[in-house]
Design a protein around this ligand. Structure first.
Ligand SMILES: Cc1cc2nc3c(=O)[nH]c(=O)nc-3n(C[C@H](O)[C@H](O)[C@H](O)COP(=O)(O)O)c2cc1C
Length: 327
């Protein structure tokens, strides 16, 4: 394959989404095929002990690479070859034809996580379209019907998240709550993307700095409440359900489906705001499973979805970003 031509496209490939915007993927171009691996220092062992979000993010990256390459006229395919010891998920290699996708560079560039207000939920035909994508691999996309229950579950899930010092430590590490942060334009979650005012960002920084001391005095409950209720910002909550048997290779495949889902939503003028805490906390994951009539372990990803009221700010990237234009 034309490795040099593909390398020129990599800044756009890096627009793929990843949990906490850690960008865990790594490409190795030393051979005629490009090895797709990951760096464990960009994994989230506390927040994501099963690796679920790591595999989903790597799958989203693979799908993005294929879409971007095809749009540039390159014939590139992906061959899964999962090896945990060697930190590899597979290979990008020359293919007989261009990857077949209705999407291109424009959708990859334009898609953004949107944590703000939605003016309406996703149209029924868009939900049907993303459900059909998941069904191709034995999964489904389901709408959670009970808004009151969801609000209660989200409060529980937030409290669960903020009660674990290791999870909070990881979150704190990836938060960039001030433009002066050295990695503000490189990775992680910025105050702008999280839609925090200057005062809110300062308050959150102070609360997280005091966390070790205040943990026993009810800070987790306070932080959980301060997170607010994103469900009040409109939209519907969709759940990506996986097939019944799913190994790590399958999870990366589901990450590719997740990316196709997000690109489909974006092309229809609909944005997504993931709420992974709902499937991270065992209690809320079980409750969602009961509501949907699906075994809890098949629930892979949850997001609030709808028509955004405005434009979301672009998230940072290590390559191709404003601060890294010279790379
Ligand atoms: C597997 C996965 C899980 C995610 N979980 C959350 C989440 O729980 N809450 C959230 O606000 N964003 C979540 N995100 C969105 C990422 O934070 C986002 O993709 C990243 O910051 C890059 O921003 P972008 O999507 O606008 O390019 C998740 C993304 C992925 C791929």
């Amino acid at each position: 394959m034309d490795v040099a031509a593909f390398r020129a496209l990599e800044p756009l490939c890096w627009r793929a989404p990843s949990a906490h915007n850690t960008q865990p993927w790594r490409l190795d171009h030393r051979t005629a095929e490009i090895r797709v691996g990951w760096d464990p220092s960009d994994a989230l062992p506390a927040a994501d002990p099963s690796g679920r979000d790591l595999w989903l993010s790597l799958g989203a990256f693979v799908e993005t690479c294929l879409v971007v390459a095809a749009d540039a006229g390159l014939r590139v395919g992906f061959v899964p070859d999962h090896c945990a010891e060697e930190r590899r998920v597979g290979w990008l290699r020359a293919a007989g034809s261009r990857y077949d996708s209705p999407f291109g560079a424009a959708e990859v560039r334009g898609r953004r996580t949107h944590r703000g207000r939605f003016t309406a939920g996703p149209p029924a035909e868009v939900v049907a379209a993303v459900d059909a994508l998941a069904r191709e691999v034995g999964g489904a996309v389901r709408v959670v019907p009970d808004a009151d229950l969801l609000a209660r579950l989200l409060r529980l899930a937030d409290r669960h998240l903020y009660a674990d010092p290791a999870v909070v430590g990881e979150l704190r590490y990836w938060l960039r709550l001030h433009p002066g942060h050295p990695d503000y334009h490189a990775d992680g979650l910025t105050d702008r993307c999280l839609r925090l005012s200057r005062a809110e960002a300062t308050g959150l920084r102070a609360a997280l700095a005091a966390y070790p001391m205040l943990r026993r005095l009810g800070l987790p409950r306070l932080l959980g409440t301060a997170a607010g209720n994103p469900l009040a910002l409109g939209g519907a909550v969709l759940v990506l359900v996986g097939p019944s048997e799913l190994d790590d290779t399958g999870m990366v495949g589901l990450g590719r489906v997740l990316m196709r889902v997000w690109l489909t939503l974006h092309a229809a003028g609909v944005a997504a705001h993931p709420l992974s805490q709902l499937v991270d906390a065992p209690t809320t994951r079980d409750a969602l499973g009961v509501v949907l009539g699906v075994p809890a372990e098949r629930l892979l990803h949850v997001a609030r979805v709808g028509r955004p009221a405005g434009t979301a700010p672009p998230s940072a990237r290590r390559i191709g970003g404003i601060a890294h234009a010279g790379h």
